[in-house]
Design a protein around this ligand. Structure first.
Ligand code: NAP
Length: 282
């Protein structure tokens, strides 16, 4: 019998811990953890994400500064805005909503964010630290996957995880995070041969492709735990990479979309903010 993982319950417990941490700063007369989120243009998905971040952070007792720049803002102006936020002691985390307009070099923008305020781990310094040390800042989506696995399976050591997807924001940081948990990690992508067979070999299968309903029971080993990161639109509905009904014939535990990984990411982002805040205070 397959079960759907209750990710909202995991998020609820995590939120409570964050709320208590922020409360203790306040009761000790300290400043409030503050996130600055910068939106360039009016992409509806980014506007929604920004408003959701604000709602979640304020419900936890934190503060969010929303900075909205017009679509035609120059690269120099954006870099200078980030420079100001880097120098502002009242700001503990900085998030730039990607994608940016074509005339702005996203790599330069990521490099400009101070590594100590880089809440979603996009600065190459943090990417390198994540890969080569026990430090660095990981993006919130792969961190959420790890949180779900730990909550669901407890000990991850020695288990075999197969990740489908090797993007900078999900697949690659997830490799590092799972290695830290001492898992055996296999990574697949669009050129992987015998994908179904490789995928079936995982005790844990994580799909981060953005290919709606591509993962069926043929990709799932008996009793595997399946985490679906994919978020695509199909026939006007948000749809994951998994064909849930089919996957549930083989998997022991699965996440659904919507209501899965995405339910936890904003909470994990806020946990990172509080971690950065504590480091800045120490
Ligand atoms: P991406 O940059 O497009 O990367 C997709 C990855 O999947 C690539 O590595 C690609 O391989 C691989 N892939 C695509 N089609 C494949 C196929 N048929 N067989 C095997 N591998 C295939 O996407 P992303 O930014 O990582 O996002 C992945 C998905 O996660 C998207 O649906 C996105 O919306 C979702 N997402 C969700 C959250 C959340 O909070 N839930 C957050 C971030 C992203 P190649 O490298 O060979 O091209």
């Amino acid at each position: 019998m397959s079960e759907i993982i209750n990710v909202s319950a995991i998020a609820k417990v995590e939120k409570e811990k964050i709320r208590k941490r922020i409360e203790s700063f306040r009761s000790n007369g300290k400043a409030t953890p503050t996130l600055a989120t910068v939106l360039v243009g009016e992409d509806p998905g980014s506007v929604y994400y920004m408003d959701m971040q604000k709602k979640v952070l304020e419900s936890l007792g934190g503060t969010m500064l929303k900075l909205t720049l017009t679509e035609d803002v120059s690269e120099q102006e954006l870099l200078s805005t980030i420079g100001d936020l880097n120098n502002d002691d009242k700001v503990h985390g900085i998030m730039i909503l990607f994608p940016l307009p074509k005339h702005i070099d996203e790599h330069k923008v990521a490099m400009k964010i101070s590594p100590s305020k880089d809440i979603d781990g996009v600065n190459p310094m943090n990417i390198g630290l994540l890969a080569s040390t026990s430090g660095g800042i990981a993006p919130c989506t792969p961190s959420s996957v790890v949180e779900i696995l730990k909550d669901t399976l407890g000990e991850l050591k020695g288990k075999h995880a197969v990740i489908i997807g090797r993007s900078n924001i999900v697949g690659k940081p997830l490799i590092q995070l799972l290695l830290r948990e001492h898992m055996t990690v296999t990574v697949c992508h669009s050129r992987t041969r015998d994908l179904k067979e490789v995928a079936r070999s995982g005790e844990v299968l994580i799909s981060a492709m953005g290919r709606p309903k591509m993962i069926t029971e043929e990709y799932v080993g008996d009793g595997a735990v399946v985490i679906d990161v994919g978020t695509s639109e199909l026939d006007g509905k948000i749809t994951g990479d998994c064909d849930l009904e089919s996957v549930m014939k083989k998997a022991s535990l699965v996440t659904k979309v919507p209501g899965g990984v995405g339910t936890l990411t904003t909470t994990i982002l806020m946990r990172t903010l509080v971690d950065l805040y504590e480091k800045s205070e120490s």
